[in-house]
Design a protein around this ligand. Structure first.
Ligand SMILES: Cc1cc2nc3c(=O)[nH]c(=O)nc-3n(C[C@H](O)[C@H](O)[C@H](O)COP(=O)(O)O)c2cc1C
Length: 324
C-alpha cells in the first residue's frame, strides 16, 4: 500500500493518476483500466464534440469499472467546442464527483462541483499558481513540471526543485505531473513531498490506449533527448517530439511568423488525425521527457503493478543504506 492524502481523497489504492489526454486518447477502455488497476483514470471532457458523447463515454467507463474515475476539463479558449459549464453539468448528472481543471483558474466551476459534494483538483505549474488554487478552494493541485508532456510553464523548473517549492507553498496535497514513468520516478516524487503522481506519456504507450500502434512503437524508440519546447512565442509552451515538422514550427516562431500563419499548422484536428493514422509528418505530437524511459507497450495493469512492486524494492534498498 502507498497510502497518502491523495489515495484517501480519491478513494483509490495507489496514488497514480492518469493525466488528461486530448485528441481522443483517454477513452473508456484506458480510463477504466487505470481505475481497475488501483489508480485514478481520467476522462478528458474536451475530447467530445457534444455532451451526449461525453455522457455515453462516462456510462461506458462505469460499465467497465466500479472504481472511482475523474473528469478533466481543460480550460483553453481555443479548444472550446462545448460550453465548459455544460460539460460539468453533464458529468455531475452522470454521478461523477472528482474533477480536474487545467489551463486557467476554474473559479466559476468549483461551486458547481462542491455543491454536489465533489472533489476539485486544479493543474498548475508554479508555487504561485498552486497557492491561488488553494485559495479558491481546490482540494489538491497537480504540478506540471518542466519534463512534462502538454504545457509546462515557460519557467523551465525541473521536478526536483518545483515539487518541493510547491509543497512548501500549500497545505493541500501536491501531485507531480511529468517526469514519472516507472518506480524510480514514483519514489522520487514521493521523496520530494508529492503525495501522488500523474502520468500521461507512459499511459499513451499502453495496450489500452487508442494511440496509433505505429506511434506507440515510435515512442519506444525515442530517447530522453527527443523532445523540445515549442509555442513559447505564442504564450502556450508545449513539449513535443522533435521532428522535422516541429523544428519547422519552431523556426517559424523564432522568425516571428504571425499567429494566423502558425495556428492552422498546429490545429487539434491535425493532431487527432495523426493519433488515428500514425502519420506524424505534419502534426505536433506532445510527449514528456519520460518517453526516453519507455521501451515496451504493456497493459495498464502491468504498468501500475510494475511501479508498485518496483517502488517496494527501491524502498527496501534505501532502508538498507547505513546511516550514522
Ligand atoms: C498525448 C497527450 C495529450 C495530453 N492532453 C492534455 C490535455 O488535453 N489537457 C491537459 O490538461 N493535459 C494534457 N496532457 C498532459 C497530461 O495530462 C499530463 O499532465 C502529462 O502527460 C504528465 O507528464 P508525462 O507525460 O511526462 O507523464 C496530455 C499529455 C499527453 C501525453
Amino acid at each position: 500500500m502507498f497510502r497518502t492524502r491523495v489515495t484517501e481523497l480519491f478513494g483509490i489504492k495507489y496514488p497514480i493518476i492518469q493525466g488528461a489526454l486530448g485528441g481522443g486518447l483517454a477513452g473508456a477502455e484506458l480510463v477504466a483500466a487505470v481505475s481497475n488497476a488501483g489508480g485514478l483514470g481520467m476522462i478528458t471532457a474536451l475530447n467530445y464534440a457534444n455532451c451526449d458523447d461525453l455522457r455515453a463515454d462516462i456510462r461506458q467507463t462505469r460499465g467497465l469499472t466500479d472504481k472511482p474515475f475523474a473528469v478533466n476539463v481543460t480550460l483553453l479558449p481555443t479548444m472550446r467546442r462545448v460550453p465548459y459549464e455544460d460539460l460539468f453539468t453533464t458529468a455531475l448528472e452522470e454521478g461523477c464527483r472528482i474533477f480536474e481543471t487545467s489551463g486557467r483558474l476554474p473559479e466559476p466551476y468549483i461551486k458547481m462541483v462542491k455543491d454536489k459534494g465533489g472533489i476539485f483538483v486544479h493543474k498548475v505549474g508554479s508555487p504561485r499558481h498552486a497557492r491561488a488554487a488553494e485559495r479558491i478552494g481546490c482540494d489538491a493541485v497537480d504540478i506540471v513540471c518542466f519534463e512534462s508532456a502538454g504545457h509546462p510553464l515557460p519557467d523551465d523548473v525541473a521536478a526536483s526543485v518545483l515539487i518541493p517549492a510547491c509543497v512548501d507553498a500549500v497545505k493541500i496535497p501536491v501531485i507531480q505531473a511529468g517526469g514519472v514513468a516507472d518506480a524510480r520516478g514514483f519514489v522520487a516524487a514521493l521523496a520530494l513531498g508529492a503525495e501522488g503522481v500523474m502520468m500521461g506519456t507512459r499511459f499513451t504507450a499502453s495496450k489500452e490506449c487508442s494511440f496509433h500502434p505505429k506511434l506507440k512503437e515510435w515512442f519506444t524508440q525515442l530517447t530522453e533527448k527527443d523532445t523540445m519546447l515549442v509555442h513559447r512565442t505564442i504564450n502556450n509552451t508545449e513539449r513535443v517530439v522533435r521532428t522535422e515538422f516541429t523544428q519547422k514550427i519552431l523556426d517559424m516562431e523564432n522568425r516571428g511568423a504571425a499567429l494566423e500563419e502558425i495556428l492552422p499548422l498546429i490545429s487539434g484536428e491535425k493532431v487527432r488525425a495523426a493519433y488515428e493514422t500514425g502519420d506524424t509528418s505534419n502534426a505536433v505530437i506532445t510527449a514528456g521527457q519520460t518517453v526516453g524511459l519507455i521501451h515496451d507497450i504493456p497493459s495498464v495493469q502491468e504498468i501500475i503493478d510494475g511501479i508498485i512492486s518496483g517502488a517496494q524494492d527501491i524502498i527496501k534498498r534505501l532502508n538498507r543504506i547505513e546511516m550514522g
